[in-house]
Design a protein around this ligand. Sequence first.
Ligand code: SF4
Ligand code: SF4
Length: 391
Amino acid sequence: MKTVTLEKDCTIKLSSNIVDYIYPDYVFIPMFEEFKLKVKNREEVKKEQTLLSAENKTIISPVSGVVVGVKNCAVASGETVKCLVIENDFKEKMHSRTTIRKKLKQLSKNEFFQSLEKKQIFDYDFLKTKKFNKIIINGIEDEPYMATKLFTMSKYSSEILEILSLLAALFDVSENIIVLKNNDRDNIELFSNVLGTYPEINLNVVPDIYPIGKEIVLKNYINFSKEETLILSPLDLVKIYSILKKNKVITEKLITISGNAIINPFIVNAKIGSSVKKIIDEHVEYINNDDLVYVINGLMCGVETSIEDLVVTEDLEGIIINKKEMFVEQECINCGKCFDVCPVAIDPHLIFNKKKNVDLANKCINCGLCTYICPVYINFKRKIEDMIHEE
Ligand code: SF4
Ligand code: SF4
């Protein structure tokens, strides 16, 4: 499997600074098609009250306040979606009581599923039927200049270990691994120091190559079978912890804001549903705010976007704010570099020839290496995405 060591732009620095943005005036909650609206216009809502529901899934209000209408907003995928607008009353009136469960270790498998089902945030039905022999927590931050996963791992290290240990006991799994990159020195030190108290959990450190965070590539460095392995992100564990321990759904999300056009890169702990533009307007100091590009979720896999109506959702990992560079896409010179670098061996002729091969295009893992390597600035990744969407 092909991987590369990415050249990093030294002008983009990360800071260890976390700022809070948890009291927005308004929140914007995406109303995806499969969901039914459970509240009316002008209705008062409490924090964690159900706003929308679909089969086995609900979306709750991250604040208490009043429903004041609907607005088109952009989400991390780049789509525009109708969003329910809630005006925050800043009273934080809760829909249900916070109950602290003291000892998670005593939880039975039934109680575990009942707690998750009651909140209907996860579709973890597959856990009931599948048998796992390994649990992997993928703590790898693959995207250069992004630090959301790194900060999630460090901020919630004890919660992550407690839930991983619980899952290992509930599902009787003996091989439980936290995976980190070898350049994530802070987390390696942090977890190495506490793992002595969790003999059932091991740390596995992998090289700083790209895209090792993708399962298909990771498999070459850690031996696992996809069918028999439960792979979770640090955020999954944080969500489970919050429900099991506090009977609460998370309403905040860590996001990286960085890029070569800003002076003060930071991590923001943002209320879900907040306006990204407001966060940026209030906290970002620009070097020069002419000719900027905003890229959602990283330079390799992300998409360029406008932040005007972008809202914070659980899948928003970060915004890179870069100076616009004038790369003019030229005609393909058939150098074959994109094919050489592609981890799943997709041939560019698939796109440039008239006959499309959508099955092959569907194998794309959206790593962006082909675009990164192309000497004539062809955005091959986007062409594949467009081809899949056109189908
Ligand atoms: S074609 Fe897809 S998988 Fe291959 S390098 Fe490009 S983005 Fe990555
Ligand atoms: S790397 Fe660019 S120029 Fe070379 S074959 Fe691929 S698309 Fe064409």
